[in-house]
Write a new protein. Structure first.
Length: 100
């Protein structure tokens, strides 16, 4: 009877170990899927990296060029806007009000 109890306990222990092994394998599989999903963005093109460059590729020098071009463009846009405002202010100041 004692040997049969040991064999039963052994089978129960083996079943438990098999279940734990399956759970671990499922977790690892799920983890791989999650990692694949989480790192997907690293494999696709990223507009900022393409525009400004990346230090690991040695193309980060483009950042300065892009920023300076944008700064220069905004400066000229602001200058044009100020000139337009000045012209409109001059027109308003030179208008003669109608007498009623």
């Amino acid at each position: 009877i004692f040997i049969e109890q040991l064999q039963e306990a052994s089978r129960g222990h083996q079943d438990l170990l098999q279940r734990e092994a399956l759970i671990i394998a499922a977790r690892e599989h799920d983890l791989e899927g999650c990692l694949r999903e989480w790192t997907h963005f690293l494999r696709v093109r990223r507009p900022l990296r393409e525009k400004y460059g990346a230090a690991c590729r040695g193309t980060d020098h483009r950042t300065t060029d892009v920023v300076m071009e944008k700064k220069q463009r905004l400066f000229f846009e602001a200058k044009d806007f100020c000139a337009t405002l000045a012209r409109e202010a001059l027109v308003v100041r030179t208008e003669v009000p109608e007498e009623s």
